[in-house]
Design a protein around this ligand. Structure first.
Ligand code: ACO
Length: 324
């Protein structure tokens, strides 16, 4: 028997405060037109003062559990992808575990920046396939507004806050490409390119939190090729081809990266979930937020093949192929 990690429920949470592009023009030499044209972003949500990554993660998790019809104490593991944890330790996942009263779950964080949710899904899949867990709650949650340099127009306009979550459950599959659930995963990293996107502070280096630094154009040049390549590898591992993809659920960094990757994969934009115009780049939260939006808006039908892909700081990148 083949065990497959099937999506049982999805949920999300976005903070109340919406920040329109226009707001940045009060303090920076920028414009709504530039931001829209170069990125596709129109607005983003920022967490309220005192609102933390675990606050948003807990709300998204509750929504996903409700959608799945699963109780918190039926969860065996919580994996939370974030680059903006509440505290240096304990993990934000354990804070969420306590709030949910998921008393039977072990919990840990995954840090792969914007690729965090893909890495977290890969970990959840491994736990489910190996029989170490039967139900895993996978969360992506970020408060990037706390690590932005609001005097740097090239980065501060790009990011937003939010959280998304999925409940994955082990299910018996046949081992064929027709099975529901995660069919293949591909993960990659290249630490020699860490200077393209990093935060200039940390516990053991500066003892500070730091702010985000990015060489956007250099990253941009690599993104489409690396995303198309990892998608191709994951598809081949799943025994599928480009033509089998029903939906791309991409990390939401830039509309030009999203459309360039879709073009390489031969899919029209009508088959791509895009949320970045309203949310900006929410790093590890962007894929589960897009999944939740897609489900809420009736995009996915049972049996559809979804390709999830992301690239971010590290560099770290990867893809997941799953059947809905
Ligand atoms: N408003 C107005 N002008 C701006 C702004 C702004 N907000 N930001 C930059 N500019 C200016 C620049 O200063 C530059 O001016 P110059 O020509 O006088 O020097 C000009 O616009 C062009 O700047 P570029 O940086 O070359 O613009 P580009 O078209 O490359 O867009 C962007 C920048 C949006 C950052 C793009 O490079 C990008 O999306 N890169 C990839 C981001 C990404 O994929 N990140 C990965 C995930 S994030 C994560 O892991 C946390």
């Amino acid at each position: 028997m083949t065990v497959r990690a099937v999506v049982r429920g999805v949920g999300h949470y976005l903070p109340e405060r919406v920040v329109e592009n226009e707001e940045f023009t009060r303090t920076l030499d920028t414009s709504d037109e530039w931001i829209r044209a170069r990125t596709g972003i129109e607005r983003r949500h920022f967490a309220a003062r005192g609102e933390t990554t675990s606050d948003m993660a807990t709300r998204a998790a509750r929504n996903a559990l409700g959608d799945a019809g699963v109780k918190a104490d039926e969860i065996d593991a919580i994996i939370l992808a974030t680059a903006t944890p509440d505290l240096t330790f304990p993990s934000t996942a354990t804070i969420v575990q306590a709030r949910l009263e998921a008393r039977n779950a072990f919990a840990f964080d995954v840090q792969a920046v914007c690729a965090g949710f893909i890495y977290a899904l890969a970990n959840a899949n491994a736990l489910l396939v190996s029989g170490q867990a039967r139900r895993v709650l996978v969360i992506g949650a970020e408060t990037f507004s706390r690590i932005l340099d609001f005097s740097d127009r090239a980065t501060c306009v790009l990011f937003g806050d939010g959280a998304g979550a999925v409940v994955l459950e082990a299910d018996a599959g046949s081992g064929s490409t027709q099975d529901r659930g995660i069919l293949a995963v591909d993960l990659n990293a290249d630490g020699s390119q860490r200077d393209l996107l990093y935060v200039d502070g940390g516990v053991s280096s500066t003892g500070t939190v730091g702010v985000l630094k990015m060489l956007g154009p250099e990253l941009f040049k690599q993104a489409v090729n690396k995303l198309a390549e990892t998608a191709g590898t994951a598809l081949a591992r799943a025994g599928l081809q480009q033509g089998d993809i029903d939906w791309i659920v991409p990390h939401q960094a830039n509309i030009r990266i999203i459309s360039g990757t879709a073009k390489k994969l031969g899919l029209p934009m009508e088959r791509v979930i895009v949320t970045l115009h309203d949310q900006g780049n929410t790093s590890a939260a962007s894929i589960p937020l897009a999944l939740s939006w897609g489900k809420e808006n009736g995009k996915f039908s049972r049996g559809d093949v979804l390709l999830l892909e992301a690239i971010g700081g590290g560099l770290a990148w990867g893809a997941v192929v799953l059947r809905w």
